[in-house]
Design a protein around this ligand. Structure first.
Ligand code: UD1
Length: 361
């Protein structure tokens, strides 16, 4: 059985790592890893391969950054050639980035079965490019692996046949569990000038938060205020750093706000595990903080990961600076909700996925 798995952008790497490792344990599987090149910088890509011991990609499509249409089209053109040459029996895609959707479209048209890991998540907000990617990918996939029961329900409501849906848990948590100890032995905060005191950790990169000067200014002003009582570590995504420069907001990320380049997996996991609170607009961080029991303030109006709210440590604060300040104050007062780890977030999701993928092979 020949399987091609796809990784393209930063949030894909921690999801694909345990799947690649599990596939390599199966002698009947011939596995090829394709990197689309959607993310290409050292800090956005290479460091994750190193930190997570992912084997070097067998094929790199080297598509790079571009508009959505151009990037998606480039991936499709290049991945079609790969499929024609390699003739895989199955393509495995993860998450919701442009690479996920582009490779799904190519495989589906060549009648190659597609397995989607992290299927069924819905924000019900089509202004998010990821929501479009999720809808297209899930409507074409043949096997849909989900991280939570609500995702199963979303898929059934959209008419996906129940026998295609498999609730397997969360591969990102497989990776977290595998690397938690190694990350814990580091002291990343000290390297950023913090000497044992509490801190908040923040990430921000969604176009809806960083591309509009008034929204970005409001968020950064609130963060500046929070940083007066709690230092805020802020590794900056390339998109956000470009906008801060363009809108001349550098003065809002000084003082108590400690900015850095984007971080590797282990460094970031170290910081997140020990943070007093996390502020983010990332999807993955909502899940990782829930697993770690760290309070999370999500700077978005909606989430495709509702289990992190109903069971986890996550709260949506939108983009209103007042709500962000109020919620941060509540955490600092020690007043946060109880939480638990969602079902099947137990480190064995990839094992379950590979068992289903290779049934009958
Ligand atoms: C992409 C994903 C998003 C994910 C995010 C994580 C889509 C639609 N979006 O958004 O879901 O949460 O990755 O980071 O797939 N850039 C670099 N170096 C790189 C990559 C990008 O400098 O290695 C810069 C480029 O200027 C680029 C910009 O960042 O134009 C945005 O990159 P892009 O991949 O288009 O989207 P992200 O915002 O990273």
């Amino acid at each position: 059985m020949r399987i091609i798995s796809i990784a393209g952008a930063r949030p894909n790497f921690m999801k694909i790592a345990p799947i690649v490792a599990a596939l390599e344990q199966v002698p009947e599987v011939e596995h090829l890893l394709v990197h689309t090149g959607q993310h290409y910088d050292q800090e956005m890509s290479d460091v994750f391969f190193r930190d997570l011991s992912i084997p070097a990609p067998d094929i790199d499509l080297e598509v790079g950054s571009a508009s959505h249409a151009v990037q998606t089209a480039r991936i499709m053109v290049e991945f079609e050639k790969v499929c024609e040459k390699e003739q895989p029996d199955m393509v495995v895609v993860v998450g919701d980035v442009n690479s996920t959707m582009a490779c799904t479209l190519v495989a589906a048209k060549l009648q190659i079965p597609v397995a989607h890991v992290e299927a069924g998540l819905r924000s019900f907000d089509r202004t998010m490019p990821e929501e479009i990617n999720r809808l297209v990918t899930d409507s074409l996939a043949d096997l849909l692996f989900t991280t939570s029961r609500d995702a199963d329900e979303n898929l059934k409501r959209e008419g996906v046949a129940p026998q295609k849906i498999h609730f397997v848990g969360n591969v990102m948590i497989d990776t977290l569990l595998k690397h938690r100890e190694r990350a814990a032995s580091m002291d990343v905060a000290r390297g950023l000038g913090l000497d044992g005191e509490d801190y908040a950790l923040m990430t921000l990169h969604r176009p809806s938060n960083v591309d509009d000067p008034s929204v970005l200014t409001g968020i950064l002003q609130a963060v500046q205020q929070i940083s007066r009582s709690l230092p805020v570590i802020f590794p900056i995504h390339p998109r956000t750093s470009a906008r801060i420069k363009e809108f001349e907001l550098a003065s809002l990320v000084e003082g108590g706000v400690r900015i850095s380049e984007p971080m590797g997996y282990l460094e970031f996991l170290n910081l997140m595990s020990k943070a007093r609170l996390v502020m983010t607009d990332s999807g993955g961080l909502q899940e990782e903080t829930t697993f770690l029991g760290v309070p999370c303030l999500t700077i978005r109006k909606n989430t495709e990961r509702p289990v992190t709210i109903s069971e986890g440590t996550n709260v949506l604060v939108g983009t209103d600076p007042e709500r962000l300040l109020e919620a941060a104050g509540q955490i600092l007062d020690g007043n946060w909700k109880a939480s638990k780890v969602p079902e099947y977030w137990d480190g064995r999701a990839a094992e379950r996925i590979v068992e289903i993928l290779t049934r009958g092979s």
